[in-house]
Structures are given as C-alpha cells and as structure tokens.
Write a protein that binds this ligand. Structure first.
Ligand SMILES: O=C(CO)[C@@H](O)[C@H](O)COP(=O)(O)O
Length: 223
C-alpha cells in the first residue's frame, strides 16, 4: 500500500448486496469482473440494528476466492472475535472507533495477528478519533451512511472529514488507505475520490447491476 496521492484506486464490492443464496458464485463473479478487494460486513444486531454473517461464512468463502478479504466488524465488543476472523481468512480487519472499549488495544491485536488494521468512523464521529492511533492504522473507513444497511443515500456531509483524514494520513508519512463506505455509485464516487478516498466500497451499485464488470468500471475516474 502506497500513501496517496498516487495509490491505485481500489474497488471493493460489498458482499452485503450480493445474492446470499449464491454467495460463492457472486464472489467469483466480482473477482472475474475486476474487483480488487472483497468487502465483508459483519453485523451483530447490537452495535448496528441488523445481523449479517460471521466467521463461518468468511471461512467458507476463503476457500473459493483469492481476493483480499476486507472485513468490517460492526460488532461490539470486537476484541473477543479478532483471532477468529483472522484465522477464518480476513486480510484486513476493521473495527469501529465507537465500538470500544479500547481502540488502541484492538489495533495492536489485529496487527499482532499479522493482519492490516482498520478503524471505521460513523458519520457523527470526528476525524480526530484516529489522531492518536495513526501509527497502528493501515485503513480508515469513513462511513458515508449510518452503518447497518446497504442501499442508503451517500452523506455529502462526510466529504470534509475525508479530506481532513487524507491530510492526517499524509502528514503521518504512513501508507494509510481511506475507504468510503455507503451510497457509492458513479455519481458520488468522483467527489469521494477528489476529497482523498482511495478505496471505494460499493454494494448496490455493483451487485444491483446486471453486468458487474461494467458496474465496477463505471466507478473509476474517466469512465
Ligand atoms: O457497511 C455498510 C453498511 O453498513 C456498507 O458496506 C454497505 O454495504 C454499502 O452498501 P451500498 O450503500 O453500496 O449499497
């Protein structure tokens, strides 16, 4: 991972919008269609008001895909499950700054498991929430919707936060990816990229389209 600007844009389809009756086929289809990472949203019905899937599904899909698995834990607490997700095949593990209780410890644990460590910020959480853990962070996920559900509208109010985080990441001198997550489509992606995002997480605008290759290409600048 290279520090942006200059990092190649990553497109990460969000599995939440896939057909859950054909998960392995859906993952293979986005892999064939140019996805760079696969984004996997783990929801507990407690930290967020929805339940998705857990490490069992991750482990099953790991055998069927070579894509980097970008695992977004919308669970609280996350720490008791970090080793399980690492062992199941996560390449990146992102925890929420709001999930607590000890973000620094969570990031240390993820890195200790040999995985890239991420922090996700809900729309109401300021960029400063990561200021004192940047030395442990590989990925910052800026939620551009309230977490829990796909298919919501992109929150423009998050663009200044993306720009602020990009400045913080650059100043840190570390290679930190900035993800945007929620409501990303060909209309909203340009502003997110302009603000400093270099990973586009997209569910509905990829899995909701008939041709995944066309949908992925449409998210890229100049398409
Ligand atoms: O984490 C989440 C929702 O909590 C996202 O990853 C969504 O899954 C993105 O879905 P779309 O807004 O692209 O449909």
């Amino acid at each position: 991972m290279k520090a942006t600007p200059g990092s190649p844009l990553v497109i990460a389809p969000s599995l939440l919008a896939a057909d859950f009756g054909r998960l392995a086929d859906e993952v293979a289809a986005v892999e064939r269609s140019g996805a760079d990472w696969l984004h996997l949203d783990v929801m507990d019905g407690h930290f967020v008001p929805n339940i998705s899937f857990g490490a069992l599904v991750l482990r099953a899909l790991r055998k069927r895909s070579n894509l980097p698995f970008d695992v977004h834990l919308m669970i609280a607490p996350a720490d008791p499950y970090l080793a399980e997700f690492a062992e199941a095949g996560a390449d990146h593990i992102t925890v929420h700054a709001e999930a607590g209780p000890h973000l620094h410890r969570s990031l240390q644990t993820i890195r200790g498991l040999g995985k890239r460590a991420g922090v996700a910020l809900n729309p109401a959480t300021p960029a400063d929430a990561v200021a004192h853990v940047l030395d442990l962070v590989d990925i910052i996920n800026v939620m551009t919707v309230n977490p829990g559900f796909g298919g919501q509208r992109f929150l423009d109010s998050q663009l200044p936060k993306i720009a602020e985080l990009r400045r913080m990441a650059t100043a840190s001198g570390r290679e930190i990816r900035i993800e945007v997550d929620g409501g990303i489509d060909k209309a909203t992606a340009p502003a997110a990229i302009e603000a400093g995002a270099d990973v586009l997480i997209a569910g509905s605008s990829i899995f909701g389209k008939p041709d995944y290759a066309v949908a992925i290409a449409a998210l890229k600048p100049g398409s």
